[in-house]
Design a protein around this ligand. Sequence first.
Ligand code: URP
Ligand code: ZN
Ligand code: ZN
Length: 484
Amino acid sequence: MFDLVIRGGKIATATDTFNADIGISDGRIAALGTGFDGADVINATGKLVLPGGIEAHCHIAQESATGGMTSDDYRSGSISAAFGGNSCFVPFAAQHRGMGVTETLDLYDSRATGSSVIDWGYHLIIADPTETALHDELPAAFERGITSFKVFMTYDLMKIDDRQFLDILTVARRYGALTMVHAENSGMIAWMSDLLVKGGHTAPRNHALSHPALAEVEAINRAISLAKLADAPLLIVHVSTPEGADLVADARRQGAKIFGETCPQYLFLTRDDLDLPGMEGAKFMCSPPVRDMATQDGLWRHLQAGTFSVFSSDHAPYRFDETGKLANGPEASFKQIANGMPGIALRLPLLFSEGVRTGRITLQQFVALTATNAAKLYGLTQKGSIAVGLDADIAIWDPEEVRIVRAEDQHDNMDYTPFEGRELTGWPQTVLTRGARVVDGGKLVAQPGQGRFVKRARIDLTGHPGVIVPELDPAQNWGTEVRP
Ligand code: URP
Ligand code: ZN
Ligand code: ZN
């Protein structure tokens, strides 16, 4: 007799699809089989039973360096995530210059604890890599279960230089942490932005012109080179160009510990969305920017070919009002508009409907991209699959349900969705975190605070040997012993 049985569903993991009951006790998957009985039973006949999604790129209760606050806190952000089929998320804890790392993590703990309805962790954004931060606070953060760090190569108040990047990669490598990077060339963006503004080209669509594809390609190339030199794992987040993805694929073929992520906006939107009348285009502004149909096609091919390990929302919610996108008024230039768009509830339905149902990717790829690979990369060792002993983090989907996307159905604290009006087929109906229902039959049944902080383990680098550059290889450098 189990606490809960999910009966009669079709289970899919990153490797298999099979029919079985799931027996759940004490929040964990206790058995897979048939004919199970439980104190509580969910009838999943005709449904797909998938690992709960792990949303590994989202901005929740986060101030930007210029002071703007995202509209979602840990309550609304986690609820929206759960309605979108996620049972765990890993938002960012953002260090700003002058802040300590420990102070940053304490601040985000106070924001998340008691609020989240699903399990959570943080990636630590490092904007001020002082000696204390690098050598005392990062190891302490690692001990606390924060095993991934994000750095920026652009944004004046956040960016680090190449030397600092190498220092962070080195510390991360030593502790088994994963560094994530926002890779765009800052100088190219500043130069293009100034040219555009001086010419009077200030409407939202100019955001796309001010972030040329070349700026991403150059920065990804540089970031990968730095990671190779340090022989450290690196994930390039929100890759928006096929050329950038080519660099990720090349580095992976060489054995380097390089990983890539892309996001729905780059597969489903184009710069024509930025070119709407008035300020409407501001709703579609994110960095890197959305581009064109050829870009979408190229990124889909990379998704199919396995270049990307994770597919994340980059949910960065700023309302279309004076608290968000219009904080600098209705005449603001594209440079003064907050970057980012919402999508935490739509990441999985978009990829399921337009990826799995159309046959572009397999159900196994879907599970790997949305849950299993994130668990491995981010040290969520209890999550990401359906197997005996793992947390019962499960999403039960109706693969045939058809819905039109509407902003009011997102359960977030936003006033628009960039995907308004799309018809999608296949939706999550019930989501469990550690065996407890969070969303059930389209209704929220969890209490804020039901989620728990997850202390994460080191990155699993099995199958990624790394590369040692000749200058650091004693066999090729006259036996000189220098290792980062
Ligand atoms: O435009 C975006 N993506 N805003 C969120 C911050 C980031 O760079 O990921
Ligand atoms: Zn970014
Ligand atoms: Zn982001």
